[in-house]
Design a protein around this ligand. Sequence first.
Ligand code: FAD
Length: 464
Amino acid sequence: VCDFEPGAIVSDACASYDTLEQLNEAIHPYLHSITQNTDFFSHYRLSLYSKKCPFWDDEDGMCGNRACAVNTLENEEDIPLVWRAKELGKLEGPTAQHPGRQQQREHPQKPLQGGLGDQVDESCVVEYDDECDERDYCIPDDASATAKGDYVSLVDNPERFTGYAGVGAHQVWEAIYRENCFSKPPKVAQSSAQSSPGGASPFGGFNNPEQLQAANQLRNVLKDQAFGKTVKSAIAKGADPARLDPVEFDDTCLEKRVFHRVVSGMHASISTHLCWDYLNQTTGEWGPNLTCYEQRLQRYPDRISNLYFNYALIMRAVGKIKQHIKDYTFCSQDPEQDKRTKNSVLRLASALPDGPEVFDETVMFRDPDTVALKEDFRNRFRNVSRIMDCVGCDKCRLWGKIQTNGYGTALKVLFEFDEHDSSKDPPLRRTELVALINTMHRLSHSLTAIKEFRQMVEDRDGIH
Ligand code: FAD
């Protein structure tokens, strides 16, 4: 039986660290091979440059644009990172402009301009299902007829340290965590799954930074007071203060805690990758940075727990679409390639536990009172995907968008798909499937990296 108690370490997911690590060892090679060796899963289409941040002005000194990040980097590291941040955040490898829906409709088989390399069958990359579905948890990146798509090789653009930091990055994280305030009225127009026009604020209508800051300060004071009382009483009952997390001790229901865990787990996974593939600015070499791990992850068991939680959640979602994959048409142009791709995904899916063994989604949204909550949950997750357009570093935005789409897809599969009768399932877009598998690979890599980091700490401290 799942234990969704506040303060639970991974128990929300019904599987222990050990179980998940063992599973990970078995499936990591499949995931690695799928994401690195198949054209289908090693490329992605998204609107990387054409969407403006819908929440704050890009010219604003406080926002997550490139200039903010660069300035902050200079201050933090005291080296000329203005240049490096820009360089490291740049995307490499084949990219091509999306041909636009009109051209797709008129010449569906015509090869695209720009090219994805000789091995990539470009006609496979174009898809026609840009339309939104009300059951989506993400805004499809090319939902708007005017949106342009960019093709990116994920292999040539690994997620790693970019130097993006400071006020801009913090503002984005802050906006994402603020989506967890379910008690507040919805902040962005939510009836439509299309991008809202510029100017919408994720901050309860405060577009003016001073107003917003004052409101936040007040809210934080009130929250700290309430949290202080809860913490005192939890500690009096024997709780470990190091493990207390404000969100878990707020008066939150299960669904809200899950929302927080997903976001925090995604954040923890990003931190793991940047610590694992870090640039030593003295030697110019890339490699694991143990101090980075200790400061951002080891000190916070809840963050690591949330990362494992996400792995269990995604694993369940991928396990749930086994039949869907069997019926999925990858691309009609190259049957041999299709077959290989399908077989590799099926090998992965069959290595996953059957049923809700690692994660039981049926305990959520069960109560009739939670119907509206589900809608709210979905809308807030859509907002998180919109916030990604505010990330001021290309590579971070790329992986941020892939991972939010991956989690959004996992939530859609968990809460909207029927494992036993797929006739009413919403459609699964190519980009959703690619994002789901790549997000799972990212988490799998994070688990491996964390295990290595733990070992490095033990070796250094002489613990055996
Ligand atoms: P941050 O990581 O910015 O965290 C801000 C605050 O959030 C912390 O002070 C803490 O209070 C809280 N917090 C931190 N982690 C968690 C957690 N797991 N759960 C709950 N709360 C938490 N940088 C790169 O080098 N490479 C990337 O690929 C990259 N991708 C990014 C993608 C996105 C979407 C964003 C918003 C940023 C990305 N960054 C990336 C920047 C990176 O995440 C950090 O913002 C940056 O390294 C500065 O880190 P920090 O230590 O100041 O704290």
